[in-house]
Design a protein around this ligand. Structure first.
Ligand code: GRF
Length: 208
């Protein structure tokens, strides 16, 4: 089976990107990252791409009149590189309806909670873990899902639970969840590359 061509969209440090790079190197994922795209020029994930000889593209949102035009630029890159799978790995910009519908069930996002809890508008990064602690839930975790027109609302592919301990802080929780993110994101991409994911309505059936 020929390797799946991926584009990874980031806005930050890129530890999820790093996990994908290493999984490809270790032949866990039968894929190739053709581009890393960021809306932040100083995102360390762009440096991770460059260090691994991967095309690193900074696209400045402020150079475009609106979100639609900005997303059309991203779409141009995806089409030029004949991308099969788009991975949102800590990407904090909204995708346009046009882009999402063109890549229906071909865009994967990683979220640091057990969706449908602690997700949606404003729930990203540390905000998620602070809300988890403030609410007092006993478990949190990570979710990988296909992206639809909503925010964190697409069909769920994989989830993994992380226990919330009495002495957990935002930092300790973020660290525990992030390592689970790396694991489930790599697993979900592997399943996608091996064509083992079947979307039926809101459910994603896994043919393991
Ligand atoms: C992390 O908070 C993660 O939960 C979310 O995006 C953030 C950035 O992760 N998915 P990364 O280290 O840039 O991959």
């Amino acid at each position: 089976m020929s390797p799946i061509k991926m584009a990874v969209l980031i806005s930050g440090g890129g530890t999820n990107l790093q996990a994908i790079i290493e999984a490809i190197e270790d032949k866990v994922i039968n894929g190739e990252i053709k581009a890393v795209i960021s809306n932040k020029q100083n995102a360390y994930g762009l440096e991770r791409a460059r260090l691994n000889n991967i095309d690193a593209c900074f696209i400045d949102r402020n150079s475009f009149d609106n979100n639609k035009e900005y997303n059309n630029e991203i779409l141009r890159i995806l089409e030029n590189k004949d991308i099969d799978l788009v991975v949102l790995a800590g990407y904090l910009q909204i995708l346009s309806t046009k882009l999402v519908s063109k890549y229906q069930n071909k865009i994967i996002n990683i979220h640091p909670s057990l969706i449908p809890s602690f997700c949606g508008k404003g729930f990203y990064g540390e905000n998620v873990h602070k809300s988890v602690l403030d609410y007092g839930v006993k478990v949190t975790g990570a979710t990988v899902h296909f992206v639809d027109e909503g925010t964190d609302t697409g069909p769920i592919i994989l989830q993994e639970v992380v226990k919330v301990e009495d002495d957990d802080t935002v930092e300790s929780l973020q660290k525990k969840v992030l390592s689970v993110e790396h694991k489930v994101l790599v697993e979900a991409i592997k399943l996608f590359c091996e064509n083992e994911l079947k979307v039926e309505g809101r459910r994603v059936l896994i043919n393991r």
